[in-house]
Design a protein. Structure first.
Length: 461
């Protein structure tokens, strides 16, 4: 093979190899190692200290052997490693550096050398400054984590950014982690990110500069997706502004920190026509919120509803919240599924258009209710059942028998694969991490089962 295949064909083969296999290619020959490196477009590296000139040079040399790298995730010290990437990866498009904070100087240098960057994920230390950001002309996705002690007055940074406050950045996705009350320099982002469609706030105690943030939500109407994770201090404020000013929202996610009254006000008064709502609020979500979903005419066409660990809701609220237009429903670790017998069957009667169902980690859920629901949802394409320990093989087989469009089942299966594949001749079953049969030990894979044209069902633990 090493002598009869051209370089282009070998490179295409190497691109299709899984990571464990591709790692061994470099041992075949020098040519294979060279072609493997030239065909590699993505790397994830953990580079521990020390960061002396010799180790940095070694990293630069290693990266220079991968001329077509477009994506790199680098864990380790900040500036020395980032400068090595800058010198060796001119074609870089995606950079993820979750390690120590990087300096503005390193970011300036990066912008001058890596002209094609569209995605950056880095950490910044306080005091914050964003005067380097306009140098990345093609940047679409920006993810920033803020570290260091909170500084109550960032007037220096505000003055520093005032000269470029009329810029229009091309960012479409903005993710910010760890905003504190003293981060007034964020006004630069709120003033200039007019094209943001996806906004993520994680572990934030503040929005930095409130007037600029309010203007951001009120006047820039491109916002389609908002995610609030572990940010209880600002959830009420953000939801209030979204309900009053945003008309273009399609997706809302609130995890691990909410406000009952603020969430209810938002659901009652939002003017956006949502397609997806994702909530993980164990003690902040009640039936009143779910009933309000059904009463707001702008939410009548909700396509996706995901609830996780919501222990205060009951079947009454769920029955009110789901509608005929819904295409995906997730009730993850929601004990109402286990508390109320017949609830799943009742929900199935209203979900004729359902395509995806996720009931993962409902330990005590029994198969009878689930099968009754699935029979009513014949168009299901994907079912997730991880962590549902009481489900029997018979229940899983009944699900497969009922859903002719099923493409994936993600759950536990202990039955023999031939028994399952016999339900649908010509179907390929990829069965991983399961027992071959009752009483047997260890995984058993059968790679020679019949193969169909399109339908592939994956059954895993």
């Amino acid at each position: 093979m090493d002598t009869h295949l051209c370089d282009e064909l070998l490179e295409e083969i190497f691109r299709r190899l899984s990571p464990p296999s591709s790692a061994a290619v470099s041992l075949v020959s020098k040519r294979c190692r060279r072609l493997l490196r030239s065909s590699t477009t993505s790397l994830s590296l953990n580079f521990p200290p020390p960061y002396n000139p010799t180790t940095i040079k070694s990293l630069s040399t290693f990266l220079s052997h991968h001329p077509y790298l477009s994506s790199i995730s680098l864990t380790g010290g900040a500036d020395p490693l980032l400068l090595a990437v800058t010198d060796s990866c001119p074609n870089l498009r995606h950079l993820r550096h979750p390690g120590d904070p990087v300096s503005p100087f390193s970011l300036y240098t990066l912008s001058a050398s890596c002209l094609h960057l569209t995605s950056i994920s880095v950490s910044l230390s306080r005091p914050l400054s964003f005067h380097w950001l306009p140098c990345f002309n093609l940047l679409k996705r920006l993810s920033l984590s803020f570290t260091g002690p909170s500084i109550e007055d960032n007037n220096l940074e505000i003055e520093e950014n005032r000269d470029v406050s009329d810029l229009e950045l091309n960012l479409e996705s903005l993710s910010l982690r760890g905003i504190s009350a003293g981060d007034s320099a964020l006004s630069f982002l709120w003033r200039n990110c007019r094209n943001v469609k996806n906004l993520q706030l994680k572990s934030c105690d503040s929005v930095g500069d409130y007037p600029s943030f309010s203007k951001f939500l009120k006047f820039w109407n491109n916002l389609e997706e908002v995610e609030l994770r572990t940010s209880r201090s600002i959830v009420d404020l953000v939801l209030l502004k979204l309900a009053a000013d945003c008309l273009s929202l399609q997706s809302l996610l609130v995890h691990d920190g909410g406000n009952k009254e603020g969430l209810l006000h938002f659901i009652n008064h939002t003017k956006s026509s949502f397609k997806k709502i994702d909530l993980r609020l164990p003690l902040d979500l009640e039936n009143a919120h779910l009933i309000a979903l059904s009463q707001n005419p702008n939410l009548k066409n909700l396509k996706i509803l995901r609830l996780e660990s919501c222990c205060l809701v009951t079947g009454e609220g769920l029955k009110a919240a789901v509608g005929e237009a819904m295409e995906e429903l997730a009730l993850i670790n929601c004990d109402v599924v286990e508390r109320e017998a017949g609830l799943l069957a009742a929900l199935g009667q209203k979900l004729g258009n359902l395509r995806g169902l996720d009931l993962s980690h409902n330990e005590m859920m029994v198969g009878k209710d689930l099968v009754s629901m699935v029979v009513s949802c014949g168009g299901l394409e994907e079912v997730r059942l991880r962590g549902c320990g009481r489900l029997s093989d018979a229940a899983v087989i009944a699900i497969v028998r009922s859903c002719r469009n099923l493409e994936r089942v993600d759950g536990a299966l202990t039955a023999c694969p031939e028994e399952v594949s016999s339900l649908r001749p010509g179907t390929r079953w990829c069965i991983a991490g399961r027992k071959v049969g009752p009483g047997s030990r260890g995984p058993g894979l059968r790679p020679h089962l019949p193969i169909c044209k399109l339908r592939i069902v994956i059954v895993s633990v």
